[in-house]
Each structure stands twice: as structure tokens, then as C-alpha cells.
Design a protein around this ligand. Structure first.
Ligand code: AMP
Length: 216
């Protein structure tokens, strides 16, 4: 079974992805994480990320194709996180999946407003090991360190306010065509992203269980 997490910056896609994968064991592909990893080797990629612009569809599709075709990913199901971001990517994904007799079973759209997105992203701190935190969990003046590896936390450089504004407006520009696309094939599930993360996860879990039951 294959699923998509859609949502603006700060919607909690990464947090939900972690929970979903722990519970259901599919392969997680965050294109954002993949590009952050690759940008060390590519100045061009770094430029896209730093400006908040989307990476060109052609590059995105090449990366996704490689990931889907990895030997140890076959047959496990995928959770696509932050992908597709454009209608072109959505169509290409369908073609790749169709060629393997697969399809998207549900698209979870976690929705939050711009003000909430900015508020959350400003409080986000990340570790190089991939862990993500909200500054509210730290005492005032406390050194912000990772619970997993002990490293000092940093702010993502594209979490700067003006870049987040840009990312949000780009997200909104592409959202309606994507909603239309996935509404047509009845896979879209709207989720109110301002609920707490456990409630959001319960809603996603119920839907995934429903999808699994319908396959029996
Ligand atoms: P994210 O971690 O999902 O917020 O993504 C961080 C950045 O990576 C975005 O602002 C884009 O520059 C790039 N990116 C991630 N996923 C995609 C995608 N599917 N298409 C184009 N660019 C992407």
C-alpha cells in the first residue's frame, strides 16, 4: 500500500511520517530530507533549498525513481512525504507506480493556516541525526541538545521567516491542482492539522487500516 503526506511547512508531516512508519513499516521517502542530504554535493540544489523554491520536477522524479527501484524497497509499500509537490510530479508518480502494478491508496492533506505554519516553523529545531524538536520542550536558557545523539540543535536555514513565506506561497500555488487531481480518484483525506499530533495520527491510522481491510 502506498500513501502520500501533503501539507505546508510546519504541518507536522515529518512527525506523522515517523509514527506511521513505526506502526506500519512501509518505506519513508521525504524528498526534503533527501535533498538536504544531497545538497552537500550540489551547489545548484543548495540554491533551490535556500531560496525556498521547488527543485525542478525532472531532478525530483529522477531521485524518486531511484528510490522506488531500490532492491530492498520493493514490496514494502511507500510513504511519500512532501512529494508530489506539483501536478507534473503527481502524474509521473502514477506512471512509475502503474508500471509496477501499484497505485496510491490514500493522500493525507494535513492543513494548517499561514499564521500557524510560521509560528510552528519558528519554533522548530533540528539535529543533524534527523531528529526534530519544538523549542517549547526546553527550559529558558537551556542549551538545546538532541535527546538521541546529544548534538547541539540548529534551525534549518530555510526556516528563516522570509523563506518560509516563500515556501508557503509556492505550496499554495500548487495545492489546488493537486487537490483536484487526488479528489478525482477519491484518495484525498482532509485532516485538520491544528489538532494535537496523537489525534491526527489516529485519523491517519484509521484510514490506513480501512485501506488494508479493503484489500483483503
Ligand atoms: P521540505 O523538507 O519538504 O520542507 O522540503 C524542503 C525543500 O526541499 C523545499 O522547500 C524544496 O526546495 C525542496 N523539495 C522537497 N520536496 C520537493 C518536491 N517534491 N519538489 C520540489 N522541491 C522539493
Amino acid at each position: 500500500m502506498n500513501y502520500i503526506l501533503l501539507g505546508p511547512p510546519g504541518a507536522g508531516k515529518g512527525t506523522q511520517a515517523k509514527k506511521i512508519v513505526e506502526c506500519f513499516g512501509m518505506v519513508h521517502l521525504s524528498t526534503g530530507d533527501a535533498f538536504r542530504e544531497f545538497k552537500k554535493f550540489s551547489k545548484v540544489l543548495d540554491k533551490f533549498l535556500l531560496s525556498g523554491h521547488l527543485v525542478p520536477d525532472k531532478i525530483v522524479i529522477t531521485v524518486v525513481k531511484k528510490y522506488i527501484n531500490k532492491k530492498d524497497h520493493i514490496g514494502r509499500g511507500f510513504l511519500f512525504d512532501g512529494f508530489p509537490r506539483t501536478i507534473q510530479q503527481a502524474k509521473e508518480l502514477d506512471i512509475i507506480l502503474k508500471s509496477k502494478n501499484l497505485k496510491i491508496d490514500a493522500v493525507f492533506l494535513i492543513d494548517i493556516c499561514f499564521e500557524e505554519a510560521i509560528k510552528r516553523v519558528m519554533k522548530r529545531r533540528v539535529c543533524k541525526c534527523g531528529a526534530s524538536y519544538n523549542t517549547e520542550v526546553f527550559y529558558q536558557g537551556e542549551v538545546e541538545k538532541c535527546n538521541v545523539c546529544g548534538c547541539r540543535l540548529i534551525q534549518r536555514n530555510d526556516d528563516e521567516k522570509d523563506i518560509v513565506k516563500k515556501r508557503f506561497s509556492i505550496y499554495e500555488k500548487h495545492l489546488n491542482p493537486l487537490i483536484e487531481y487526488y479528489r478525482k480518484d477519491r484518495t484525498l483525506v482532509n485532516i485538520n492539522g491544528s489538532q494535537n499530533e496523537e489525534d491526527i495520527f489516529e485519523q491517519i491510522k484509521k484510514q490506513i487500516n480501512r485501506c488494508c481491510l479493503s484489500k483483503l
